[in-house]
Ligand binder design. Structure first.
Ligand SMILES: Nc1ncnc2c1ncn2[C@@H]1O[C@H](COP(=O)(O)OP(=O)(O)O)[C@@H](O)[C@H]1O
Ligand SMILES: [Mg+2]
Length: 231
């Protein structure tokens, strides 16, 4: 089991500009953890630190498995997915082949996200919502224990957003721990089991949904939920 993940004293600075200022955070098995907070709070940087794409300048991220094993059990999907200049199916097969897994899992994943009929299309011709569903299928096919999603619907319209949210809920429902950033509070309400509020590079509040929304655990959480700007 890869979880719990414990981040202790996590810091990140770019040059002499501090971005993440000493975060302690535990991720446990269960439903989705949604990281919310104002623009520039450090949500994307935090996700990259937890996933190991950025090396912290202080503190550490520890998984319940050794680092290499933990890395193999995680996947990440970004706001704007990168598509190979190949078919939809080839895009879904590629990481499976790299990892020595059965590429036959790709087609099943495409079926689960409603893209089986488009398997032969060039991936770069898909709409934004279809590309994001392909990115989720590609990650899901790997069978990750933990899936990091950084603003996966930020560039999508409401209909495509709902389709992507349904896929995320299905992935979480099959036991993958979803850790996701969003600036969309409605989305956080729809998906979260746990909410982490990040403000100016620090964890301001952590709570379970729907408690977090009904009884905001800090003044900043209440202000953020009201839509007041926070810095
Ligand atoms: N690699 C980097 N180098 C320098 N500054 C960065 C880097 N990545 C992010 N930042 C800065 O760190 C802050 C937090 O960024 P980010 O994590 O993208 O915020 P959020 O995702 O919450 O909107 C921003 O001020 C951003 O400009
Ligand atoms: Mg971001």
């Amino acid at each position: 089991m890869i979880l719990p993940m414990v981040a202790e004293g996590l810091r990140f600075a770019a040059g002499d500009v501090g971005i993440i200022h000493g975060i302690d955070l535990t991720l446990r098995a269960g439903g989705p953890t949604l990281v919310v907070g104002p623009n520039g709070a450090g949500k994307s940087v935090l996700l990259r630190l937890l996933h190991g794409l950025l090396r912290p300048t202080g503190g550490a991220v520890r998984w319940a498995l050794p680092e290499e094993a933990a890395r193999r059990r995680q996947a990440m999907v970004f706001q704007r997915p990168v598509m190979l200049r190949r078919s939809v199916l080839a895009n879904a097969e590629y990481p499976l082949r790299l990892a020595g897994l059965d590429p036959g899992r790709a087609m099943a994943a495409l079926e689960r996200v409603g893209l089986a009929a488009l398997a032969a299309r060039p991936a770069r011709r898909l709409s934004g919502g279809e590309q994001q569903r392909l990115a989720l299928a590609r990650a899901w096919a790997m069978g990750p224990a933990v899936l990091f999603l950084d603003e996966p619907t930020a560039s999508l319209d409401p209909a495509a957003t709902r389709q992507v949210e349904a896929i995320i809920a299905a992935i979480a429902g099959q036991g993958t721990k979803v850790v996701m950033t969003t600036h969309d509070l409605g989305q956080a309400r729809r998906l979260a089991e746990e909410v982490v509020l990040l403000v100016a590079g620090r964890v301001n509040a952590v709570g379970r949904a729907p408690d977090f929304f009904e009884r905001p655990p800090s003044a900043e959480a209440a202000a953020f939920l009201r839509g007041d700007l926070l810095w």
